[in-house]
Write a protein that binds this ligand. Structure first.
Ligand code: SF4
Ligand code: SF4
Length: 395
C-alpha cells in the first residue's frame, strides 16, 4: 500500500543564512567564541537559489525551511524577500507544500519584520529563558547588558501583526533549578507556545559547565508538567509534552527527538555546505555542498552512511523498550562524542523514562501522579484540543 502524502515526513532544511554569527553573546552559547570577531558572511543569492530549487525538487510532498543562525535576521529583510520570491517561482513544476519558520533572538524585530512574517505566513520562534531577572543573567549583549526589554519590544511588534510567537527556552545550569519561575514568567509575558531545550554541549568531548544532566532536565520538565497538567491548560502548548502525549496516544509526535526521523533533517550553511541537523557540532559530518555534489546526493555521502550506522549503534539497547514509539533512541546528540567519534546509548535514557512514565500515567488516567493538589485534573478531551503543531519542529 502506498503511504499517504500526509504520512510522508517533510524534508526539513535548516538554513544558516549567516552561519553562526550573532549580535548577542549569551554566556552559555557554544557559538560565543566562534568566528564572532570577524565580519560575517551572508548566504549569496546564487547559493540561496540552489538551496531552494534543490529542496523543492526533493521527492516529498512537503518542504519546511527553517531559517536559523547564529541570528538569522542579520541576513536583512531583503534576503528573505528574495527567498520568498524564489520559493514562489521555483515551486511551479510539481508544487510542494512549503512552510517557513524562523528562530530569532528577537533583538532586531520591528514592525517591518513583523508585517513581512505575517504576510508570508512565517512561524516565528523567539528565544526567551524565563522572566527578566532569569533571562538577563545569561542572554546578554556584547557589553554584557541584559536583553529582555529589547526582545519584548520585538515581541510586541509581532503581536501587533497578529503573530503569537513560540518560545524556545534553553534550560541550563543557571535556570534549571527554577522551573516554576521560568514557566510563570513566560506565561506572565503572554506566551502560549513553549519548547524547552536542554543545554547539552559535548562539542569538546566533555560536557561544558553550563550543560545539564538528564536527571536535571527530567526534574525540570516534570515540575512544569505538574503545573501545566493541573491548571486550565487548554490554551497553553508545551511542545515537549504534547509531542510525547501525542505519541503515547498513538499519533505521530511532531518533535524530531520523539519521531525518530533525524535523517529527514539537514543543515545547509551560508556557503552551501550540507550536514546533519546542527545538534551535531559544525563540520562533524559532511554531506557535500549544494553548489557541487547537490542535495540529491546527500543520502549516498559516506558521512551520511556513517551517521546512520552510528544511530543504529545508539539504538542497540532500545530493543523491547516500551517507549520506543515516542523516543526511538531520543535525540542523537546525547549518544555521540564528537572528539572520540564514539556512539553509545543515550545519556538521557533513564531520566527520559521517568518523564515518559509519568506522562503515560496521565494519558491513561488524566491524573497527575506525585502532585499534592490533585483537585483540578485536566481531562483528555481538553488535552486533545491542545495538541497542535508547534512552530518549531526541531527539538
Ligand atoms: S527510553 Fe531509552 S531505551 Fe527507550 S527508546 Fe529511548 S533511549 Fe531507547
Ligand atoms: S532528534 Fe536531535 S539529532 Fe535528531 S534531528 Fe532532532 S535535534 Fe537533530
Amino acid at each position: 500500500m502506498q503511504p499517504s502524502p500526509e504520512s510522508i515526513p517533510p524534508l526539513i532544511a535548516i538554513v544558516k543564512t549567516v552561519s553562526e554569527y550573532c549580535n548577542l553573546r549569551c554566556r552559555y552559547c557554544y557559538y560565543r567564541d566562534l568566528d564572532q570577531g570577524q565580519a560575517y558572511k551572508i548566504m549569496s543569492h546564487a547559493v540561496l537559489s540552489d538551496v531552494i530549487s534543490q529542496v523543492l525538487q526533493w521527492d516529498r510532498p512537503k518542504a519546511n525551511f527553517v531559517w536559523h543562525g547564529g541570528e538569522p535576521l542579520l541576513a536583512t529583510i531583503g534576503f528573505y524577500r528574495v527567498a520568498v520570491k524564489l520559493q514562489e517561482r521555483l515551486n511551479s513544476e510539481r508544487p510542494r507544500q512549503v512552510s517557513n519558520s524562523i528562530q530569532t533572538n528577537g533583538i532586531l524585530l520591528n514592525d517591518e519584520w513583523a508585517e513581512f512574517f505575517a504576510h508570508n505566513k512565517f512561524a516565528v520562534g523567539v528565544s526567551v529563558d524565563g522572566p527578566q531577572q532569569i533571562h538577563d543573567r545569561q542572554r546578554v549583549t556584547r557589553s554584557g547588558k541584559g536583553t529582555y526589554s529589547k526582545v519584548m519590544r520585538g515581541v510586541e511588534s509581532l503581536r501587533h501583526a497578529r503573530i503569537n510567537p513560540g518560545v524556545v527556552c534553553v534550560v541550563h545550569q543557571d535556570n534549571v533549578n527554577e522551573p516554576e519561575a521560568v514557566y510563570e514568567g513566560l506565561l506572565d509575558a503572554g506566551f502560549h507556545y513553549f519548547h524547552f531545550k536542554a543545554m547539552y554541549d559535548y562539542s569538546h568531548g566533555v560536557l561544558t559547565a553550563d550543560s545539564i544532566s538528564g536527571e536535571q532536565y527530567a526534574s525540570f520538565l516534570l515540575r512544569i508538567f505538574r503545573r501545566w497538567a493541573t491548571a486550565d491548560n487548554a490554551k497553553i502548548e508545551i511542545g515537549n509534552f504534547t509531542s510525547i502525549l501525542t505519541g503515547l496516544m498513538g499519533g505521530r509526535p511532531h518533535l524530531c527527538e520523539h519521531a525518530g526521523e533525524c535523517t529527514s533533517l539537514i543543515t545547509i550553511d551560508w556557503d552551501g555546505r550540507i550536514g546533519p541537523c546542527d545538534a551535531f557540532p559544525k563540520g562533524t559530518f559532511d554531506f557535500g555542498n549544494v553548489r557541487s555534489t547537490g542535495l540529491h546526493q546527500y543520502r549516498q555521502a559516506p558521512d551520511f552512511l556513517k551517521l546512520r550506522a552510528g544511530m543504529t549503534t545508539a539504538q542497540t539497547e532500545c530493543q523491547g523498550c516500551e517507549f520506543f514509539k515516542v523516543c526511538a533512541g531520543g535525540c542523537f546528540k546525547y549518544s555521540y562524542n564528537p572528539i572520540t567519534e564514539m556512539w553509545g546509548h543515550s545519556a538521557y535514557c533513564s531520566s527520559k523514562k521517568i518523564l515518559f512514565k509519568e506522562l503515560l500515567e496521565y494519558a491513561r488516567t488524566g491524573e497527575v501522579k506525585n502532585v499534592e493538589d490533585q483537585a483540578k485534573q485536566s481531562d483528555l478531551v481538553k488535552l486533545h484540543r491542545t495538541i497542535r503543531t508547534l512552530p518549531v519542529i526541531r527539538s
